[in-house]
Design a protein around this ligand. Structure first.
Ligand code: NDP
Length: 243
């Protein structure tokens, strides 16, 4: 199937591992030109570079901390220099921790909120001059944002914030022809390091009887980044097997 992504210029954050890697390789395999970033795992970045080389020489993998204003500005400058503009911005990078609220230190609250939510503000503000009519912004949120889950108050707050940001930006940027949406994954196989009983509980809760795969999140992102979704705006698309 032609997803109409050929020659689209796309920035994906956090593309070196997990879901982001699935997004980057799916978009590149569909003909898009991709710039992606990672925080610090150089080996994973190197292996992604090698994989992307199989999809042509227009892709780029750079180190950039999305929580750092100056690093985000440099990342967007790279997109401007290399691509001259962006057709889609996919903000996937995110961090999580599992801590009882009573023990949640302020610096951990700050780290998760800054990496998951403030980063979206930094990225969108920096990238706005590169986004023209017909372009698309996709935030990778989480199904738990609207459900809640113990030990993740900071994480769910950050992901719920992404939905509010998305709703408002969809309304503000719609007049410029820029769409803004959220993809909200349920439990994905990249969480496979979770304890066996947690994984089993997820499998029982998910009608499809299994965890999702990174490429299944990538499919939803590819749809929202493409012109196939040209009238979808301000939406949160849950990709969770019906949990
Ligand atoms: P991983 O931890 O597997 O990968 C995260 C990626 O983001 C890595 O490439 C990492 O780079 C990068 N990254 C992390 N912090 C930063 C930063 N500050 N600046 C730049 N890049 C960064 O995560 P997942 O694939 O599991 O999750 C991806 C997204 O999906 C996240 O937003 C997460 O909240 C969301 N999600 C995941 C679910 C799941 O089941 N896995 C479920 C619901 C939502 P490096 O390796 O260098 O640190």
């Amino acid at each position: 199937m032609d997803l109409e992504l050929k020659d689209k210029r796309i920035l994906v954050t956090g593309g070196s591992r997990g879901i982001g890697r699935g997004i980057v390789t799916t978009l590149a395999s569909q003909g898009a030109s991709v710039i992606t970033c990672y925080a610090g795992s150089h080996d994973a970045a190197e292996s992604l570079r090698a994989e992307l080389a199989g999809y042509g020489d227009r892709h780029l993998v750079v180190q950039a901390d999305v929580a750092d204003r100056a690093a985000v500005a440099r990342l967007v400058d790279v997109c401007a220099e290399r691509f001259g503009g962006l057709d889609a911005l996919v903000h996937n990078a995110g961090v999580i921790s599992h801590i009882p609220f009573a023990d949640l230190p302020e610096d951990e609250w700050e780290r998760v909120l800054t990496t998951n939510l403030t980063s979206a503000y930094l990225l969108m503000r920096a990238a706005l001059p590169l986004l023209g009519a017909g372009s698309s912004v996709v935030h990778v949120g989480s199904k738990v944002a609207m459900v809640g889950v113990p030990l993740r108050a900071h994480y769910t707050a950050s992901k719920a914030g992404l939905i509010g940001l998305t709703r408002s930006m969809a309304k503000e940027l719609g007049a410029r022809g820029i769409r803004v949406n959220v993809v909200a994954p349920g439990p994905i196989e990249t969480e496979a390091e979770l304890p066996a009983e947690v994984l089993e509980r997820y499998r029982r809760m998910i009608p499809l009887g299994r965890l999702g795969r990174a490429d299944e999140i990538a499919g939803a992102v590819a749809f929202l980044a493409s012109d196939l979704s040209s009238f979808v705006n301000g939406e949160t698309l849950n990709v969770d097997g019906g949990i």
